[in-house]
Design a protein around this ligand. Structure first.
Ligand code: ASP
Length: 501
């Protein structure tokens, strides 16, 4: 396929053009034109992505859990997935703490700049700490109560209730596993059918991705360039970046170390997937995460890329990724650790070992509860700050660069979800690198390609195809083929999964 027809190149092009146009718009005071005529396309794109988040999480998790067919498998996969998510998050926070303690960015911030930054963002910081105060003042088990909705439609009515929706979907899936085959089959088919429709919607929405990304990047640049008096001033962006340069560098080094050492190390050790292959496969999801700053909005694309390009099975993808988008935020946790210590350093507070351990614990917990939407990480950061005795208003220091770091931490979050999904798929022998279902690399010798006999749902998951294939299509039996398909060998449809019907 020609490079310009590939999605990730189209998205990169959209980003570069958005950056150039954003700078021009800020420089020549075209912000109003950009807001009226360009930015709305970014909002439409974001709305479309958010629109399918609830149906996607619901259908994927219900179908994913129900197709696990027995409790043993469910608890094994659930345990491995949640264990790996929490372990990688704890490592991410530790890396963040190591980097920030070595670089000490807070001590490099001149006194005058500290005062200016605080004064500039004081009002926004106060509103963030008020929100966090409400969250922090509740009882210790409140997060658990919040996770259990009292109304199904309530949990599905807002993207910010994603943790509730995950809980409800898991419950429905578990209940489905327990009813008899006859009752389970039609319900599972319904959810699987709906999931296929949602995935088709993703493909349709992604046609708009280059334009949407162009508009989103334009919006980011023009918003960053607006100063306190409402005037557009591009030099302000450079000034903020200069003052908080070391802090940004510390966060970025942390992300790079985490991705390079943890994700790539684990992928190398535990899967046959090559580094280049991994990044090539998930590039569109990473670019989208960078442009939207929302791992929730990116979820449909992450799922699509993992299934079609990395070859993770439908069963694993449907279970691991929606869960990951909600509870796995390594980038956010790492950033929170760096930010907390940076603020302490900048305000002349010293954090002893106990305080740093408290940061690890609260950052891991906070990242689980952070909504997969732009800017959610900084609200949870206030809770971490208060846990170690740093005033929440300290976030005023870092607000200026938060959007840029949000783009990067969301990219890290999504990369982590995809890495864990690949590892889990491989551990379950459900990974098909390259995405060609006809040539699984890790098929065991006794797993020769055979038509399954009387298999229950989800047991033949080595074929990461979206929709029904020639071999499993309920109505397309060998004697009932579409014109033009007569010469295909059984089991070899000859087309890559990305083109599957
Ligand atoms: N924007 C991040 C995400 O969606 C969450 C955050 O750190 O603000 O993954």
């Amino acid at each position: 396929m020609k490079w310009y027809r590939q999605l990730h190149w189209q998205i990169i092009l959209g980003m570069v053009l958005g950056l150039i146009f954003g700078i021009i718009a800020a420089k020549f005071q075209w912000s109003e034109f950009a807001n009226d005529w360009i930015v709305p396309f970014g909002d439409i794109f974001m709305n479309l992505l958010k629109l399918i988040a609830v149906p996607l999480v619901l259908t994927s998790l219900v179908a994913g859990v129900a197709s696990l067919s027995d409790f043993k498998k469910l608890s094994r996969m659930g345990g491995k997935t949640i264990g790996l998510y929490i372990a990688t998050t704890a490592v991410a926070v530790t890396i963040g703490l190591l980097v920030v303690n070595v670089i000490k960015p807070g001590e490099k911030l001149p006194e005058k700049t500290r005062e200016e930054l605080k004064a500039q963002h004081q009002s926004t910081a106060s509103s963030k700490s008020e929100t966090a105060e409400i969250v922090g003042e509740r009882g210790p088990l409140q997060p658990l109560i919040d996770m259990v909705p009292d109304n199904f439609f309530g949990s599905a009515s807002s993207n910010s209730n994603m943790l509730q929706l995950v809980f409800v979907s898991l419950l429905i899936g578990i209940a489905l596993v327990q009813v008899n085959q006859e009752q389970r089959r039609p319900v599972l088919s319904l959810f699987e059918g709906l999931q296929a429709v949602v995935i088709k919607l993703v493909n349709m929405i992604m046609l708009m991705a280059p334009l949407g990304v162009f508009a989103l990047i334009t919006k980011t640049i023009t918003t960053l360039a607006v100063d306190d008096s409402g005037q557009t001033d591009l030099s302000q962006v450079a000034e903020i970046l200069g003052a908080l340069g070391y802090y940004c560098i510390a966060v970025i080094i942390g992300f790079a170390l985490h991705i390079g050492l943890v994700y790539l190390g684990l992928l190398r050790l535990l899967t046959p997937v090559k580094v280049g292959q991994f990044f090539k496969a998930i590039a569109p999801a990473q670019l989208l995460a960078f442009s939207t700053s929302s791992s929730g909005a990116t979820l449909p694309v992450t799922m699509r890329q993992c299934r079609e390009k990395l070859g993770t099975s439908k069963e694993t993808t449907s279970f691991v990724l929606p869960l990951g988008a909600t509870i796995n935020m390594d980038g956010t946790a790492l950033y929170q650790a760096v930010a907390a210590v940076f603020i302490a350093q900048a305000t002349g507070m010293s954090l002893d070992m106990t305080a740093q351990l408290t940061i690890i614990l609260t950052a891991v917990m906070a990242s689980i509860g952070t909504a997969a939407v732009p800017g959610a990480g900084i609200i949870m950061l206030v809770i971490i700050l208060e846990a170690v005795g740093i005033p929440g208003e300290g976030v005023a220091l870092i607000l200026g660069v938060d959007r840029i770091l949000d783009m990067l931490r969301t990219t890290t979050n999504v990369t982590g979800d995809a890495a864990v999904c690949t590892i889990i798929a491989n551990s379950e022998n459900q990974l098909n690198p390259g995405g060609n279902p006809d040539r699984p690399r890790n098929r065991r010798p006794n797993q020769r390609r055979r038509r399954p006999q009387n298999k229950s749902a989800g047991e033949n998951q080595n074929q990461p195809k979206e929709g029904p294939t020639e071999s499993n299509h309920p109505r397309r039996k060998p004697g009932n083929r579409r014109p033009g398909s007569q010469n295909r060998r059984p089991g070899n449809q000859g087309k890559p999964p990305s083109q599957a019907d």
